[in-house]
Write a protein that binds this ligand. Structure first.
Ligand SMILES: *C/C=C(C)/C=C/C=C(C)/C=C/C1=C(C)CCCC1(C)C
Length: 246
């Protein structure tokens, strides 16, 4: 029994991927607790935003708990768990855009368009990654379809409806918050397609020889930055908006 236990819980010193699974799990959990607790200290109109931040990091924490064990037990990439996590959390990140601009007139229709774009991006990405035959054409076709969803969200946040609504809100705190989130989508989210292109047959794999063993490292670091970062931006909007009123 003790042999089995030590097999499961020890992290090899030369395995940064396992390390990031553990720290990622802990960081997501701590963030979820933080956002849930802080919910009571922000102005009423921001409570739902903080709840969503707590759900994003909380859902991720549960998935990291399982992905961490899956990785340690098998040494394999937990692709299915990863995509289940993203399919729940990325639409919620889109909901944050809606909630931030709701007071300025964001419609439920806008929210659903963003959610559908996220689902398209992730379903196509999952097909590209999970059902790969190692060929470049498979990886490219599904990667391109996925990118359509990504570009739609990117465009909406930078120039489309979300950006316009933020501007119309006339609230400098909201404008700034939406702009920072748009930067997250541009820079932070770009890490995922880079990771995707490292898998066998991907452009960075065939081109630069980057291997798929790096994929989890990319995804784990990006997840922590994006999910916790998104939540903190929303939190700072909620806090500043409150103090600007007082
Ligand atoms: C918390 C998780 C987040 C923010 C995940 C975001 C994931 C992406 C932006 C993934 C994008 C992809 C492409 C644009 C093309 C290749 C396939 C994906 C799914 C990796």
């Amino acid at each position: 029994m003790s042999t089995l236990l030590s097999d499961i819980v020890s992290i090899p010193v030369d395995d940064p991927i396992a390390f990031t699974f553990f720290t990622g799990y802990m960081a997501m959990l701590a963030s979820a607790v933080f956002f849930f607790m802080e919910r009571s200290s922000v102005d009423g109109k921001w409570k739902l935003s903080l709840l969503v931040s707590g759900l994003i990091t909380g859902i991720a924490a549960v998935h990291y708990y399982y992905m961490r064990d899956y990785y340690l037990a098998t040494g394999q990439t937990p692709t299915a768990l990863r995509y289940i996590d993203w399919t729940l959390t990325v639409p919620l990140m889109c909901v944050e855009f809606y909630l931030l601009t709701k007071a300025a007139g964001a419609t439920v229709g806008l929210m659903w368009k963003l959610i559908l774009a996220a689902v398209l991006m992730l379903v196509a990405g999952y097909i590209g990654e999970a059902f790969t035959d190692g060929s470049t054409s498979h990886s490219v076709i599904w990667g391109v379809i996925s990118t359509v969803g990504y570009v739609y969200i990117l465009y909406t946040a930078w120039f489309g409806e979300v950006a316009q609504l933020a501007k119309n809100s006339g609230d400098a705190v909201v404008v700034r918050g939406v702009k920072i989130l748009a930067w997250f989508v541009l820079v932070g989210w770009a890490v995922y397609p880079i990771g995707y292109m490292c898998m066998p047959g991907g452009w960075l794999n065939t081109g630069l020889g980057w291997s798929s063993s790096n994929v989890d490292l990319f995804y784990n670091i990006a997840d922590a930055i994006n999910k916790i970062g998104f939540g903190l931006v929303v939190y700072s909007v909620a806090v500043s908006a409150k103090s600007s009123k007082a």
